[in-house]
Design a protein around this ligand. Sequence first.
Ligand code: F6P
Length: 565
Amino acid sequence: MTAPTSPAAPIDPTSTDAWAELEAHNLELEGSLREWFETDRQRAERFTHDAAELHVDLSKNLLTPTTMELLLQLAREVGVEEHRDAMFAGAHINTTEDRAVLHAALRRPAGSSPSLEVDGQNIDEDVRGTLHRVYDFADKVRSGEWTGVTGKRIKTVVNIGIGGSDLGPVMVYEALKPFAQDGLEARFISNIDPTDAYASTQDLDPETTLVIVASKTFTTQETLTNARLVRQWLLSGLRESAGLTAEQEQEAVAKHFVAVSTALDKVEAFGIDPENAFGFWDWVGGRYSVDSAIGTVLATVLGPDAFEELLAGFHAMDEHFATAPAEQNVPLLMGLVNVWNVNFLEAETHAVLPYSQYLHRFPAYLQQLTMESNGKSVRWDGSLATTETGEVFWGEPGTNGQHAFYQLIHQGTRLIPADFIAFATPNHALVDGEQDVHELFLANFFAQTKALAFGKTAEEVRAEGTEGALVAAREFSGDRPTTSIMAPKLTPSVLGQLIALYEHITFVQGVVWGINSFDQWGVELGKQLAKGLAPAVAGDEQAISAEDASTAGLIRYYREQRQQG
Ligand code: F6P
């Protein structure tokens, strides 16, 4: 298949008929969620859709069937479906880097036909070939065939990476911990704060530790610095515990270090044997890479079977996004609801609230996925965005969030759309006396979206015996939009579906706004400046004086304190 090379110029969403109609509709929109549910008995059913195993209820959002029709018209006018098809076919929709965007190809099942060929590369063959090597390696570690240099079985796999080379793996590991092999754990080092490398290794035995250096570019300062620190720790530990000689160092690195990268030449230059390196390709964005070889730590600790199940879940959602009719296409509808909330209801943030302790890193993972993708003011043709774009994503697991920030969501002055995520079957069914604790937990999940949607009127507050000024304080306005996402259980497949759902939601929003969701130039300036500041931080007075007054003052403060400390 020959892929188109670049997308047409973005269509300004604000110039479409649908946009003008949405603006007028927003001004005319009357009623409340209470009224809409009362007058439209089909509302819950109308706005609830299934995508693979996910059951998604959009009915508690601030919209009517007309709103949804207009949003779907907007999607048609800006060409969301055409862009989706172009992405899946391998068009270079990452315009600033002139790259295809093919994370969905990472999870095509083995033997997919016809096979996907893009830019002269047989994508399926390469993806499956790499997975095969990753699984082979994982099996060796899991069975004990792969040992450390002293012959001891590997007990800990330390993944060193940052951003997409960390957040996806750590989030999935935390989410699927019950699938980890007994006696094998994962650790993650990301921050260049030396505390991270220290704290993550200080109780480990170098003889039973395997390190995966994960970096798409293999140039990232944090990752390479941490890799050198851990190599130092490992070799000096082995010298002490096993009398490792200088001649044996190379062998020790080969047995204890593997790498994942698109830049295999740089891996070799770092001293890691290319035999022990797993590749991926420039058409996989860092924040879309957890299902590539970047997931080697997952395939190793959770196992190839669980990893395959995860990929199958991703693929099920890809299929839904690629083929479901627009009116039932969940990623499309959720992306459009987000556009409605951001551009018409003026929401600035979006909470993601998993009612699952195992998903505690999911909001952090989504922050990179959504904000690095859509935090842009320039469109894919270089022109300025014509509307507000990416909202701030944040969140914490329920019920902890209920006792922290939900107050503001319930009664604050800002509109905060929120996604609530829950699973019918718990990973651990515990009882408190007669009480099934998961049921208590889910009662909270159901109660919160109900309270946010329908609130509590002054009359209802008074009817409970409250009077005077306290009435207003105890009143809840309701009409605070939420989406409920439920699934049977948090399995590898369901997790894959959930991640792919948010990938595609992000894509839909990006297309509506005319944004290239696949570059990240905004993180470059800080990186450049950090390098340039090194001499000043090291105390070069001339370099310090050349800085702006604030930066120079802060560096001087640091120097003084450091000398005293
Ligand atoms: O911070 C920017 C970024 O390039 C992310 O997009 C990426 O996921 C992360 O750094 C890590 O990059 P790499 O995998 O190349 O080390």
